[in-house]
Design a protein around this ligand. Structure first.
Ligand code: 1GP
Length: 248
C-alpha cells in the first residue's frame, strides 16, 4: 500500500484503536508558545497535528505553519478555515466540504478555487465530509460558513448526512461541534452514526476531558481532535488525552 498520510492515519486506528490529533490555530499562537507546545506534543503520544482556524487576524499564517512543520515530529495536516491558509508546508490536507450546510461556497466554491493550487503544491488530499453539529453555543465555523448546525435532537438528520458523505466518496466524516463548544457531541450520536457508516469518524469540538475523549472512542470515533483545552499553558493534559484515547 502506498505510504500516504491517510494510510498512516488508518494504521494508527488499526494499531492503537483510535488516534489523537491536536489542533493548532496558527492565529492564536505566538512563536515562543509554539515552540513549547510542539515540543510537548512531540513527547506526549499524539498521532498528528491539524493546523487551521476559522479566521486569521494577521499575515503570519504561512510563517507559523512553516515553524510548526520544522518543529513537529508528526504529520502536519491542514484543517482549512479558508484558502488564505493554504501553503506548501503541510504534509496533507483535509479536503473538506461542509455537507451539513447549504451554502454553495463551502460545499463546492472554495474547493474549486483551492484545487489547482493544491495540485500545484503537490499536497496529499483527504476528502472529508464535514458535519457541523449544534454544540450549545454559536461557533465560529457556523458563523463564518453561514451554515446552520444539525440539531442534536435529530439523529436521523445527522445519520443521513454521514451516509451521504460516504456515498459521495469521502474518506472521513468529521463530526464538528465547533471549537470551544459548550457541549461536545453526545456519545449516543457518535454511536448512531457509527452504526450506519463504514468510513472513519473524526470527533472534535468541546472535548475537554480525557474521559470524555475515551467515551467518544468507545462510541465509535476513530479520531479525536482537541484544540481549546491545550491552549494557554495547559499542555500537561496532552499525554492524559493520548493515553485515554489509546486505552480502548
Ligand atoms: C475545532 O474540532 C476542533 O474545529 C477542536 O475543538 O477547540 O473545542 O477542542 P476544541
Amino acid at each position: 500500500m502506498k505510504e500516504t498520510i491517510f494510510n498512516y492515519l488508518l494504521s494508527v486506528k488499526e494499531e492503537k484503536g483510535a488516534g489523537y490529533i491536536v489542533l493548532i490555530d496558527p492565529d492564536k499562537n505566538s512563536e515562543k508558545k509554539l515552540e513549547e507546545k510542539i515540543s510537548k506534543i512531540n513527547q506526549s503520544g499524539v498521532d498528528a497535528i491539524f493546523v487551521g482556524g476559522s479566521l486569521i487576524l494577521d499575515n503570519n499564517c504561512e510563517k507559523r505553519v512553516a515553524m510548526i512543520k520544522s518543529l513537529s515530529e508528526l504529520p502536519v495536516i491542514f484543517f482549512p478555515g479558508g484558502i488564505s491558509q493554504l501553503n506548501k508546508h503541510y504534509d496533507a490536507m483535509l479536503f473538506i466540504s461542509i455537507l451539513s450546510g447549504r451554502n454553495p461556497h463551502y460545499l463546492i466554491g472554495e474547493q474549486v478555487v483551492a484545487a489547482p493550487i493544491v495540485k500545484d503544491l503537490g499536497i496529499e488530499v483527504i476528502p472529508t465530509g464535514y458535519l457541523i453539529v449544534d454544540g450549545g453555543s454559536n461557533s465560529s465555523v457556523q458563523f463564518m460558513s453561514g451554515s446552520n448546525p444539525i440539531p442534536i435532537e435529530k439523529p436521523d438528520i445527522l445519520i443521513a448526512h454521514a451516509l451521504a458523505a460516504q456515498y459521495l466518496g469521502k474518506k472521513l466524516v468529521y463530526l464538528e461541534s465547533g471549537s470551544g463548544a459548550k457541549n461536545p457531541i453526545p456519545n449516543q450520536l457518535v454511536e448512531a452514526v457509527n452504526n450506519y457508516i463504514d468510513i472513519p469518524i473524526i470527533v472534535g469540538g468541546g472535548v475537554r476531558t480525557p474521559e470524555s475523549a475515551y467515551e467518544k472512542v468507545q462510541s465509535g470515533a476513530s479520531f479525536i481532535v482537541t484544540g481549546t483545552v491545550i491552549e494557554d499553558d495547559n499542555t500537561n493534559i496532552i499525554k492524559e488525552f493520548a493515553d485515554a484515547i489509546h486505552r480502548s
